[in-house]
Design a protein around this ligand. Structure first.
Ligand code: JHZ
Length: 392
């Protein structure tokens, strides 16, 4: 399989490594982006060992944003009404934000981060604290049977061995069962110059085109696509068994494949151009920060996201340019951002002496702008790199 590198984003830490002391020797890896000629898949050059990223200290909580709480609830209501499932499995169940809505049927979680699996087990949702593999899928089938729905949001793009992943899903589905995957959209990342969708955990950023190619030789196929606004633009992709002829393949599927083709998702030159835009974005963002800092203004970070780790470490933005981050996630309070070593404080509103905030959580811009009406009214500004570095 021919792999071609198109962007080198430099040395990066583990994005989940929110540490206690500023003096901390961190594990670093080279963040490079690769185009796979045969499948059109876009991946990282070298994967970070999973146990370094997904462990008992996992910080991200799916429930940390109202937007995601509502999105998961809405999806659960839709799935129950449309498919009337008797069983559901979630791969990467995090803190139960989605799977908790299926209490009346058999609902099972898979979550390798033990601190998270403990949360859902306490909610009486049987959760397997292991990585998703064929071996685990067989163990679950033996104990709990197969499933009507398998759901996985922001997780399949984190699993390195996709062949085994899809085979294990196929094994675990009932004959008429469906599998739904939800991950950031490559097309949206390219359009928005959102190079921060690439970090250690995001081994892949999927296009619909690549997903189609990846399942070509398996027993499952795509039958529906929903485009979502969540996480900066995601694709919700529905799969069924190829033998299941009851479910028809939606027109959306071909429509979106064509849209990607027109954009040039299949062409290497698309990625070379993206790389040029990213390099320009870096310079522009650094200039914005430096110009504000020249006037001795305080700049804070809003939302210490994993994504922002890529921006901060690629652009060399550290505590000299961002005074501190505010975040609502308790596991991040009092800690420092990986690599860039910027302190993270508990969010209690934006302090009066702050008039610039870098939008680490740009994907929740609407939710944040609604929440920060007062800050905006008093002239407070946000800095963003998406789609172009600007002060808004
Ligand atoms: P958020 C994580 O990425 C990791 P991150 C993971 N790899 C992935 O794929 C995505 O999630 C889904 C804070 N916040 O969700 C909360 C505020 O402080 O964009 C979170 O720390 N105030 C699994 O980290 C962060 O921002 C607010 O008002 O890039 C958001 O992180 C809001 C709305 C959020 O994912």
């Amino acid at each position: 399989m021919k792999r071609i590198e198109f962007l080198n984003l430099g040395r990066h830490p583990i994005t989940n490594n929110f540490f206690n002391k500023k003096k901390n020797k961190e594990f670093l890896y080279n963040l490079k982006l690769i185009y796979h000629k045969s499948t059109k898949l876009i991946s990282l050059g070298k994967f970070v060992p999973p146990k370094k990223m997904f462990n008992n200290k996992y910080a991200h909580r799916a429930s940390a944003s109202k937007t995601m709480q509502l999105a998961y609830k809405k999806l659960a209501v839709f799935l129950i009404k449309k498919y009337k499932p008797k069983s559901i499995l979630e791969i990467g169940s995090n803190d139960g934000c989605f799977i908790k809505h299926f209490k009346k049927i058999k609902n099972i979680g898979v979550e390798p981060c033990k601190n998270l699996a403990d949360i859902t087990n306490k909610l009486n949702i049987k959760t397997y604290p292991f990585f998703w593999t064929k071996k685990l899928s067989k163990k679950i089938i033996n104990a709990d049977g197969k499933f009507d729905i398998i759901y996985s949001a922001n997780t399949i793009s984190h699993i390195h061995n996709l062949k085994e992943t899809f085979e294990a899903i196929e094994l675990s589905l009932n004959e008429n069962g469906i599998f739904i995957l939800e991950d950031p959209s490559l097309l949206e990342a390219l359009k928005k110059n959102a190079y921060d969708q690439f970090y250690d955990e995001h081994a892949y950023v999927f296009s619909i085109t690549a997903l189609k190619n990846l399942v070509k030789n398996t027993g499952i196929e795509i039958f529906e696509i929903d485009k979502l606004k969540t996480h900066g633009g995601s694709n919700r992709v529905f799969f069924k068994k190829k033998t299941n002829r009851k479910i028809k393949i939606s027109r959306n599927y071909n429509k979106y494949l064509l849209e990607e083709k027109k954009y040039g998702i299949q062409n290497f030159t698309t990625y070379k151009k993206f790389a040029q835009r990213v390099k320009k974005s870096k310079q522009q963002l650094i200039n914005i920060f430096k110009n504000i800092k020249k006037n001795n203004k305080i700049i804070i970070g809003y939302g210490a996201t994993y994504k922002s780790s890529t921006v901060l470490n690629y652009c060399g933005i550290n505590n000299n340019l961002i005074d501190y981050f505010l975040d609502t996630t308790p596991t991040k309070f009092g800690k420092f951002t990986p690599g860039s070593k910027i302190p993270i404080h508990k969010y209690k509103g934006i302090p009066k002496n702050v008039s610039y905030a870098y939008l680490g959580a740009w994907n929740f811009k609407d939710e944040i702008f609604k929440k920060e009406k007062k800050y905006i009214k008093r002239g407070g500004k946000f800095i963003t790199h998406v789609p172009f570095p600007s002060v808004i």
